[in-house]
Design a protein around this ligand. Structure first.
Ligand code: SF4
Length: 416
């Protein structure tokens, strides 16, 4: 599996770097991200491995455009362990990165954590609030309470001067419109975020909340109520100048998440740590995907065998579908030039009948530089994606990946 090494060292290209911290203080009932209960001993070993992996992929950080430390809960790491991770990243000198985000939860967000983020050039914190109502936080199985949220807001106001995102959820059983308004109002006033992610609660298979709902211990709002709650959230956020730029994401002008935009544009990314995924140009194949096991023990045990990563080749038709699936999430849609560089043909040329139907029905449109879904089209995204998948599958002529990544929005300015 020597290909791993040559990927980034032989033919450098810009990447987004994601590091997965697989620990939480407690598992939330709705969550299907990979994490286990925090243990200091295990965290020391894992961070050691993550740093080994990081230095395996990178001899220098000059190709890194964005950094994101997520999980899991990075803020539950003991400060000395967290500092070791930050130091390891900074030792690569990722001076061309444009953004560095770290996720945190209110109950484990401490002064020391914030000061470490500042000292090591983190530019953006993302705080998992979800709701400010204790009874709803209980339904979600969150460790956080409203008083944790208040305390974290005070700390951030005192010690943090970088960018800030707040995560909120709508459609929680028992969440009225009034509660949701209170959630948003409180977050706007207490945190002054430049970015808010407003997710609709989805029930994932195998989660505790899914089980409780099946057992009728909680009742989900009807799809209509869920939708109207989310739209009310949309209205409040936009009236506060946080503009919807992706299905679930709102930001002030210029405060969009650059790291996530790289995902939505399907630019290359490297994921490090248990459960993390990478999508990169391969040595022979244009696109490969590497996946780490969602298994801490296997990750550690496979240290000498690429941390247990498996890899697959992404064929051109799948890559075309993924490019659209991710790109149509953005209000701005898909960049025509980037698309043309990637596939050598325009989107209407690749799926002519379907594109014409979408345009006629007012579900999609194009201007000089983008293909995008209309507001109506984005509301029926899943239906449109199913149609697109069918059209790509049935296309008789070959689809080819001409050049990828082939695009770079330029280096940034992390302040080294
Ligand atoms: S804190 Fe976040 S990652 Fe951890 S269990 Fe809860 S939702 Fe999942």
């Amino acid at each position: 599996m020597e290909f791993h090494k040559s990927l980034i060292h032989n033919s450098p290209y810009p990447v987004a770097l994601y590091i997965h911290i697989p620990f939480c203080v407690k598992k939330c009932f709705y969550c299907d991200f990979y994490s286990v209960r925090y243990s200091r001993d295990l965290a020391q070993i894992i961070i050691e491995e993550i740093l080994k992996e990081l230095h395996f992929f990178f001899h220098t950080g000059k190709h890194i455009r964005t950094i994101y430390i997520g999980g899991g809960t990075p803020s539950c790491l003991d400060p000395d362990i967290f500092e070791k991770l930050l130091k390891g990243i900074v030792s690569l000198n990722p001076a061309s990165a444009r953004e560095w985000t770290v996720e945190a939860n209110p109950e484990s967000l401490g002064r020391e954590f914030i000061l470490l983020c500042r000292r090591y050039y983190v530019t953006r914190l993302s705080i998992g609030i979800q709701s400010t109502e204790d009874s709803l936080l209980k339904v979600l199985g969150r460790k956080t309470t409203f008083s944790d949220i208040e305390r974290s807001a005070e700390l951030l106001n005192q010690y943090w001067d970088g960018e800030l995102n707040v995560d909120l959820i709508t459609g929680i059983p028992g969440q009225s419109q009034k509660i949701m308004q209170r959630d948003i109002d409180f977050c706007l006033k207490a945190f002054h975020p430049g970015h808010i992610s407003l997710y609709s609660l989805t029930i994932e298979e195998g989660t505790e909340l899914g089980k409780q709902i099946r057992e009728k211990r909680f009742i989900l709002p009807s799809p209509e109520t869920g939708e109207s709650l989310w739209f009310e959230g949309y209205r409040i956020l936009e009236s506060n100048k946080l503009f919807n730029y992706e299905i679930s994401n709102f930001s002030k002008r210029g405060k969009e998440s650059l790291h996530n935009i790289r995902y939505w544009r399907l630019n290359p990314y490297i994921g490090i740590g248990p459960g993390a995924v990478s999508t990169l140009p391969g040595e022979k194949e244009p696109v490969i995907r590497m996946t780490h096991p969602e298994d801490i023990e296997l990750y550690i045990k496979s240290s000498d065998n690429f941390w247990g990563m498996t890899y697959e080749t992404i064929d051109a038709k799948t890559f075309l579908f993924e490019t659209c699936m991710m790109g149509f999430r953005l209000k701005k849609g898909i960049q025509k030039q980037e698309f043309m560089t990637r596939f050598g043909l325009s989107l209407p040329a690749l799926v002519p009948v379907l594109w014409e139907k979408w345009e006629k029905n007012g579900w999609a449109n194009q201007d000089q530089s983008t293909y995008r879904l209309s507001k109506k089209g984005r509301l029926m995204l899943n239906t449109l994606l199913a149609e697109l998948s069918e059209a790509i599958k049935n296309r008789r002529e070959k689809v080819m990946i001409i050049q990828w990544p082939g695009y770079d929005e330029g280096a940034g300015h992390i302040i080294f």
